[in-house]
Design a protein around this ligand. Structure first.
Ligand code: NAD
Length: 367
């Protein structure tokens, strides 16, 4: 089944949880409410065949509870396949907290959230996502051990974002190798949309390689900061999707490849950090392929962060983190070639590999 982004009318016409289009046999969905701290959160556990469901917590001012539910369903499902394809013994989960992280996030709220995570007894392990910082995970750590992405000073692996960015860079280079026969990004025009934790670090790699980087963000302050730090251009237009570029790197939120944008795209490659970039996995994946645009599957190339936090659970070191993250290059290239050979979209080819790993483990477990 696909996890299409649908509009609110569609949410309301469907049954509240199991009937949602983004529901894909999730094992458990937990709604968390605390009047005193104002916490309203949803934890989604999609699949635990390979191990405990690990995935970050996103704090976002959702338009409605339906949007929050849809997001946690899509994100947690994505985590299942991300860990599976990366060869980690982890299942897929994710949490969303409804609210503005700038004004509503307090240590009390984070601790209360941590208590809910703790109540799941390790079936779900959290980490940071949009709207969260390493310090927030340190706060959660005060009430539960089921949290990763904590500060190095507290025994954690620290902020995963630079590792995520490095993995995205590797995936992007592999996509370039596939498209152009060379993975050198010098002089390639790369639009980085969203220059937050991951986006900024990606900009740094691209600038070091000599790429021609253009940045966009909804925060003018961030744009000016990153532009002056790395000497990159700021996108001043109002329709990034119509611009001619070599590589489009979505590093903000998901579903930017959708019915409205797909026909405008004038890029050779899509490779970025955002989760769930394709509004409709099947339809938009197929359309990209028909347009000759190489798509580096998001859940494959943005796995650096989970590799980094997994090190906290498995006690592997920095060198191993970097080795595993660098390997995203080989996996991406293999998947792009495999997709071509089997007449599949890159997304489907990657998904098939991830699903078959889960199925084999399930079969082993039931012996
Ligand atoms: P972040 O919150 O640090 O940065 C997001 C940036 O996107 C912000 O600067 C924000 O202003 C900008 N933004 C929001 N909406 C935008 C829009 N419409 N147009 C342009 N910019 C916009 O988040 P992050 O940690 O850098 O993560 C970025 C993406 O990568 C997210 O989708 C996240 O789920 C995904 N991801 C992150 C990690 C990680 O290690 N942090 C790992 C895997 C995937």
């Amino acid at each position: 089944m696909t996890t299409d982004v649908i509009n609110v009318k569609d949410f309301k016409n469907a049954d509240p949880v199991f009937g949602q289009l983004s529901f894909d046999n999730h094992e458990q969905i937990v709604f968390c409410n605390d009047k005193d701290t104002g916490l309203k959160a949803i934890i989604g556990i999609h699949n635990t065949v390979l191990g405990p469901a690990l995935g970050g917590t996103r704090m976002w001012q959702y338009k409605s509870e339906w949007h929050a539910l849809n997001d946690v369903l899509r994100l947690s499902r994505g985590m299942t396949f991300k860990s599976a394809i990366t060869g980690l013994n982890l299942g897929g989960g994710k949490a969303v907290i409804i609210g503005d992280s700038k004004t509503q996030k307090t240590p009390e709220l984070m601790r209360r959230f941590g208590e809910f995570v703790h109540s799941l007894g390790g079936r779900y392990i959290t980490a940071e996502d949009v709207g969260m910082a390493t310090e927030d995970m340190d706060t959660v750590r005060e009430v539960t051990p089921y949290v990763t992405g904590i500060s190095e000073s507290k025994g954690g692996a620290g902020n995963p974002s630079p590792i995520t960015a490095y993995g995205v860079f590797m995936g992007m280079k592999a996509a370039a190798k596939y498209k152009y026969g060379s993975d050198i990004l010098e002089d390639k025009v790369v639009y980085v949309q969203g220059i937050g934790n991951v986006g900024e670090s990606l900009v740094e790699h691209l600038v070091n390689e000599g790429a021609n980087v253009v940045i966009s963000d909804i925060s003018q302050e961030r744009l000016e900061e990153v532009s002056s730090k790395y000497g990159v251009s700021i996108y001043n237009g109002n329709d990034i999707y119509s611009e001619q570029m070599h590589i489009y790197a979505p590093c903000a939120l998901g579903a930017t490849i959708n019915d409205e944008t797909i026909n405008k795209l004038k890029t050779d490659i899509v490779a970025g950090a955002a989760n769930n970039q394709l509004a409709s996995e099947l339809r938009h994946g197929k359309q990209l392929r028909e347009k000759g645009i190489v798509y580096a599957p998001d859940f494959l190339i943005n796995a650096g962060g989970i590799i980094n936090v997994y090190a906290e659970l498995e006690n592997y070191d920095r060198a191993e983190i970097m080795r595993k993250t660098e390997n995203i290059y080989n996996t991406t290239l293999e998947i792009l070639e495999n997709a071509e050979l089997n007449n599949l979209t890159a997304h489907s080819a990657a998904l098939n590999i991830a699903k078959s790993r889960i199925e084999s483990r399930k079969a082993e477990n039931s012996k």
